[in-house]
Design a protein. Structure first.
Length: 326
């Protein structure tokens, strides 16, 4: 085991490499993941070490290779499907929600579905409306899936390893805006992280900010701005959306009496609404103001750099939402 500072991208590659070495039944498939190492280089070096049989360059056919991954999972393998852009989950949506999510239930638990889908998404990099969505709330309402959103290299590493070993289907949403971010990661065969539960990143007493993916560092930036105004914000990374455990968030709200959620999705149907509902049930009497949700506007992300920047939540807009409640 060793602690080293690596990027989010390198953490993903390390987890994939270690798990594929550990279990010869683990394989990965996706578009352009072979000799080129993947469109975002999250499969760098895998093809050279494991070969074409275990690192499968697929046609541009998400429905086909995600369906093939289900077949492999049912016959003793541990497949990983990489979706080049989270937006393309829409192409294979039926395979995920009507096949992968339901198969174990419909078999009476006679079969397991040890399958991981890695979806790389997010805005801020000028990819346009059809290549900039995160997409996690599209599948939030589907029983049978585990959904995680790592926001740091350590979580990208530890949660991916746990997902690969899980006997149930896991969707991992990765953010392309985080790929170059760095952090300390303790690598090693058993360095696993749970696929549930939120994490307090910064303690505070005056407001609770809950964020996911690339909004986590922006929420931490907002906390810095608020600190300058004498407001101590507690920042929580929700980490896992299904199963969703809001007990730590509710505990924070009992202390701060203010709740703000931040997500890179539109407000209607976002995970923030579920967090607000659950926390309101658990800690209603402690709230001093209605919870606020900082989200994307109700239109697709623009390609224009100034317009895209204006649409995404910022530390300033998050801090403003908190100040309006405190």
């Amino acid at each position: 085991m060793a602690v080293q500072e690596i990027t989010y991208r390198e953490a993903i590659v390390a987890a994939l490499t270690e798990e594929m070495r550990r279990d010869p039944k683990t394989l990965i498939m996706g578009e352009d993941i072979g000799p080129s190492g993947g469109p975002f280089k999250t499969c760098q070096g895998l093809y050279e070490e494991f070969g074409a049989a275990r690192v499968r360059d697929t046609p541009i056919a998400e429905t086909g290779f995600v369906g093939a991954a289900l077949g492999l999972a049912l016959t003793g393998y541990r497949p990983i499907a990489e979706i080049m852009f989270s937006d393309f989950l829409g192409v294979c949506f039926d395979q995920i929600v009507n096949g992968i999510a339901k198969h174990r239930f419909m078999s009476g638990a006679q079969s397991t579905v040890p399958l991981v889908i890695r979806a790389i998404g997010g805005g801020g990099l000028r990819f346009g409306a059809q290549h900039s969505q995160t997409g996690e709330s599209w599948v939030l309402s589907v029983p049978g899936l585990k959904i995680v959103c790592p926001s740091s290299p350590a979580e990208a590493y530890g949660m991916l390893k746990s997902a690969i070993r899980d006997d149930n289907p896991v969707l991992i949403f990765e953010h392309k805006g985080l790929l170059s971010s760095k952090g300390e990661v303790e690598t090693g065969a058993e360095r696993l992280l749970p696929l549930t539960g939120s994490r307090v990143l910064r303690p505070g007493t005056d407001a609770t900010i809950v964020a996911s993916l690339a909004m986590v560092p922006r929420a931490l930036g907002a906390a810095d701005l608020l600190q300058a105004d004498g407001i101590a914000a507690e920042v929580i990374d929700i980490r896992a959306l299904r199963p969703m455990d809001t007990s730590a968030i509710a505990e924070s709200v009992r202390k701060t009496s203010i709740l703000v959620t931040v997500e890179e999705q539109t407000q209607v149907g976002g995970w923030g609404a579920e967090v607000v509902a659950q926390v309101t049930q658990q800690a209603f009497d402690y709230l001093d103001a209605p919870p606020a949700r900082v989200t994307l506007p109700e239109y697709p992300l623009p390609f224009s750099p100034p317009l895209e920047d204006a649409a995404l939540p910022t530390p300033e807009s998050i801090a403003a939402a908190v100040k309006a409640l405190v």
